[in-house]
Design a protein. Structure first.
Lengths: 371, 355, 176
């Protein structure tokens, strides 16, 4: 007589040490094998889009900081570019250079968090401390510039809120010299560690056409082999003046598109960001960062969709303006929102411990998923 | 030591109790010290300082934690199975505490002189599995259940390589008693078992590489027995919150922690006795050369604790360096790698010991 | 690489009347308007055609056009009746590197749009969000339920222009 078995439903609930925020994963498991994963979101929904309709255009900028709170400069950048496209204004060169340097520093800081928490979930608790020590340097650079460590309100429509400190260039160069050996140390400690490779190689393999169909972007898409970066495809600001490579996943220790590839793409991107900062930091032209900020921001009627390359993927702002001082509609295309949809596909057939590894490699932030 | 105390006091029961209290004190003091050591070691490895305010460099931190734990309210979930829930920490602690009865700290400080020393240790530390399963089931929590199942599978599997290596050492030395094994490795570190044993000859040199392999296998299997990283799936913090002791609070959780640190020292002690000379000093006794005979057991105690602490330090070092293995990889390591090598080791040591 | 006019001509020759028009007054990109019930076929054509190859849907946004008449309800609240709700699709191609924007509009009282779930899987959660925030029903979507608001939120669709917060939700007072 056949034995009646039931599958167990386990809730990796909204409060869990490793779900990077308030995310509820409903796992249906049989022993340790996963049958299906259903993410439930909405625990951090703060109605950003409704608020944006009640604020004036400059007043929306602090709200955009709080979307992806680990990469706030990138959020500001995207919104500001979208509104400037609608207004059709020209930005001074100094502002462009400083914006690029800030965005790349933010990329390094955000990837440090992603790599550190990825390692901490797998069990390597020491790289977490080492990488956060280095992130402190970047945060103190930001604090020197605009006074805030995490949510900056720095990039304004047409300019910046503060000019850079006189010591900024020197300190950034010190940081670059200090950081290059840390990447080598990280590779020795974590990236090529046999146990880490066992945990992440061949786990959560994302084929390329699935990735494109699901709309994945950022390191998730590049880890599957496609060399697609918004800074090259759709160049915004002055990125077309800089020479940098786009790392993709090549399947060095496993299949192309597994968790290790996504992790390694992030490590390589940090090095490329250092290259961009080196090229930009010596060439900042003189000027006034607030000279192009218009007195009243009233864009003409129209729609615009502008996208930037955030550390987590492609962040897009779709703004509809009807001629008033408030936007008519602001829609945010958050990269983590789209990347999280892939989770259901990736986890089939793996064990419970792999769900954590896969979630860590997708690198989501609930702030921008729920807005 | 029982004989010594009996002659001193004359009463069987009190002597027996005193003999039991000595290892208990050692385990409590060690747990106090061990938790502080772990926090400081992990802190310095992670480029930070650790507890610095409670006492000199924070050595009273564990005392503070203990006082906090004793005052905590004992919350039990409504649906938890109360009998099993209360017995589980007791079983786990007993399993690890009882192993200290046969571990010789020095030639005079031995809990009870049974002839079957190491066999008794292996048997009684299996009691821990029952305790863990009870803890995981009675908490009525899916995470605890998963953690307990993994822990049971892990501990039971890794007892096999442990037993095989112990068997090969027993075969070599010819006795099960830990005291006698320690006594056989006298006079200098060249006579330790890891360098082939005390009997000089061809077999001693042939044995050296296999002894190293055996010590390594034993170290890895006992690391899995005590649920330390890289084998700490049962209490994997980021996956299962805290595994089989998620629902415990206050002193009951304290008992689990005490049992874990007690276990750590116990298995380090076993490895030291089997391979590294037990309580024998590597360089000769100060007391002997000066002529003060009663100093020798204290020196032996000192050497034993030093060697044990070195191995505990290596265990902590590994915890903060390596990530953890997934549950099926853990089983693969045990069944496909450690057990065949341990078997091979056993056969070769047997052949060599016949020479 | 094609520009929007060429794509519009290609679509018009394929689908005729269901392609409703090309708006060019917007300062940034021309928008092609499509009939809401044909968007699935149009999407499949856009994805599979070898000269177009739009294999990636960047974003799908619902918009409340607020172009109806404002009427006052019984308790003095302003409601909008009539008018349309729209959905904007921004597509781009990873091989051929061109972009296009599509727009569908449905009447506000019975908003129904064909789902493009089987064309681009990205639209799974995007359509759920448009349903959650605006109430647009996507036909043939396998799992259309709320995504950001609680699953049993009965008080309407938050991003509509005439939305009002309810007083209580499950015994908790809603206005802060």
């Amino acid at each position: 007589m056949p034995l009646k078995t039931e599958t167990m439903v386990l809730n990796m609930g909204p409060q869990h040490p490793s779900t990077h925020g308030v995310l509820r994963l409903e796992l249906e498991i049989e022993g340790e094998l996963i049958l299906s994963v259903k993410p439930h979101i909405g625990y951090l929904h703060r109605c950003f889009e409704k608020h944006a309709e009640a604020m004036t255009y400059p007043q929306v900028i602090p709200y955009t900081d709080r979307l992806d709170y680990l990469a706030a400069m990138g959020n500001n950048f995207g919104y500001v570019i979208a509104v400037e496209k609608l207004l059709g204004i020209q930005i001074p060169e100094r502002v462009e250079y400083i914006r690029v340097i800030m965005a790349e520093l933010q990329r390094i800081a955000s990837h440090l968090v992603a790599i550190a928490t990825n390692g901490a979930d797998i069990g390597a608790l020491t790289p977490f401390l080492y990488l956060f020590r280095d992130r402190e340097y970047i945060l103190s650079l930001f604090e020197m510039t605009c006074g805030a460590r995490m949510l900056y309100n720095y990039m304004w429509i047409g300019g910046l809120s503060h000019d850079i400190h006189p010591d900024f260039v020197r300190k950034t160069k010190e940081f670059i010299n200090h950081f290059r050996p840390t990447i080598v140390e990280l590779n020795n400690l974590l990236t090529f560690n046999k146990i880490f490779i066992e945990r992440t190689a061949n786990v959560g393999i994302l084929p390329l056409d699935t990735a494109i169909n699901f709309g994945a972007s950022g390191p998730v898409l590049r880890g599957s082999g496609l060399s697609f970066d918004v800074r090259r495809e759709d160049p915004y600001s002055i990125y077309n003046r800089f020479d940098f490579e786009i790392p993709t996943g090549k399947g060095l220790v496993g299949a192309v598109g597994d968790c290790w590839d996504r992790y390694y793409v992030r490590v390589l991107e940090m090095e490329q960001s250092l290259c961009i900062i080196e090229q930009a930091i010596d060439n900042i032209p003189e000027g006034d960062v607030k000279s192009a900020i218009p007195k009243r921001i009233k864009p003409p009627k129209g729609t615009v969709y502008a996208r930037v390359e955030n550390p987590r993927g492609e962040l897009g702002y779709f703004i509809i303006s009807d001629g008033n001082i408030n936007p008519f509609r602001v829609k945010v295309r958050a990269p983590s929102f789209v990347n999280l949809e892939v989770m259901g596909e990736l986890c089939k057939g793996h064990l419970v411990a792999d769900v954590i590894a896969i979630l860590g490699s997708l690198d989501i932030v609930l702030g921008e998923i729920d807005r | 030591m029982y004989q010594f105390l009996y002659d001193l006091i004359g009463n069987e029961i009190i002597a027996g109790l005193l003999v039991a209290i000595v290892p208990l004190t050692i385990i409590l003091v060690f747990a106090l010290f061990g938790i502080w050591l772990e926090r400081k070691v992990s802190a310095h490895m992670q480029d930070r300082l650790g507890p610095m305010r409670t006492g000199w460099h924070g050595w009273l931190q564990t005392v503070a934690d203990l006082m906090k734990m004793l005052q905590k309210e004992d919350i039990i979930a409504t649906d938890a199975d109360k009998t099993l829930y209360n017995i589980a920490p007791v079983l786990v602690f007993t399993g690890s505490f009882a192993a200290y009865a046969v571990i010789p700290f020095s030639s005079k400080l031995l809990g009870s002189e049974v002839e079957i020393g190491i066999f008794y240790v292996l048997a009684i530390s299996s009691l821990v599995v029952a305790g863990i399963l009870m803890a995981g089931w009675s908490a009525n929590n899916k995470y605890s259940l998963l953690g307990a199942m993994r822990a049971a599978a892990q501990i039971i599997s890794y007892e096999i390589p442990t037993a095989l290596i112990v068997l090969s050492m027993v075969m070599l030395t010819g006795t099960l008693s830990l005291d006698k094994i320690s006594q056989m490795q006298t006079s200098s570190f060249w006579n330790w078992n890891i360098f082939g044993g005390a009997i000089f000859g061809l077999s001693k040199f042939l044995l050296i590489p296999f002894m190293f392999v055996g010590a390594l296998i034993l170290f890895i299997s006992t690391l899995a027995e005590v649920n330390r990283i890289p084998f700490d799936i049962p209490e994997a913090e980021s996956e299962l919150v805290a595994g089989y002791f998620t629902e415990y609070c206050g002193m009951k959780w304290g008992m689990f922690m005490l049992a874990e640190y007690g276990n750590m020292f116990a298995v380090s002690a076993i490895i030291v006795i089997l391979f590294f000379g037990g309580y024998q000093s590597p360089i000769g006794y100060f007391g002997n050369s000066v002529g003060v005979q009663w100093l020798v057991p204290f020196e032996q105690g000192f050497w034993f604790i030093a060697k044990g602490l070195t191995l505990v330090f290596v265990q902590m070092w590994l915890r903060w360096t390596l990530p953890r293995l997934r549950v099926d990889q853990l089983m693969t390591v045990c069944w496909k790698y450690l057990i065949p090598y341990a078997f091979l080791n056993l056969i070769i040591i047997g052949i060599i010991s016949l020479l | 690489m094609k520009n929007p006019e060429e794509i519009f001509e290609l679509l018009k020759s394929e689908f005729g009347n269901t392609i409703l028009g090309l708006e060019k007054e917007t300062p940034t990109e021309p928008i092609i308007t499509v009939d809401p019930m044909q968007i699935n076929k149009v999407g499949l054509f856009l994805r599979n055609n070898n000269t177009l190859k739009f294999d990636s849907l960047m974003v799908l946004s619902g918009v409340d056009d607020a172009n109806g008449t404002k009427i006052k309800d019984e308790d003095g609240t302003e409601m909008i009746s009539g008018g349309t709700l729209s959905v904007y699709y921004h597509l781009h191609s990873t091989n051929l590197k061109h972009k296009i924007t599509l727009k569908v509009s449905t009447p506000r009282e019975t908003p129904q749009v064909e789902s493009v779930y089987n064309v681009w899987r990205t639209s799974d959660w995007h359509e759920r969000e448009a349903f959650d925030m605006f109430g647009i029903i996507f036909l043939n979507h396998p799992d259309l339920r709320r995504i950001l608001m609680p699953y049993d939120w009965e008080a309407g669709y938050p991003l509509r222009k005439d939305y009002k917060n309810p007083e209580f939700y499950k015994g908790m007072k809603v206005p802060y």
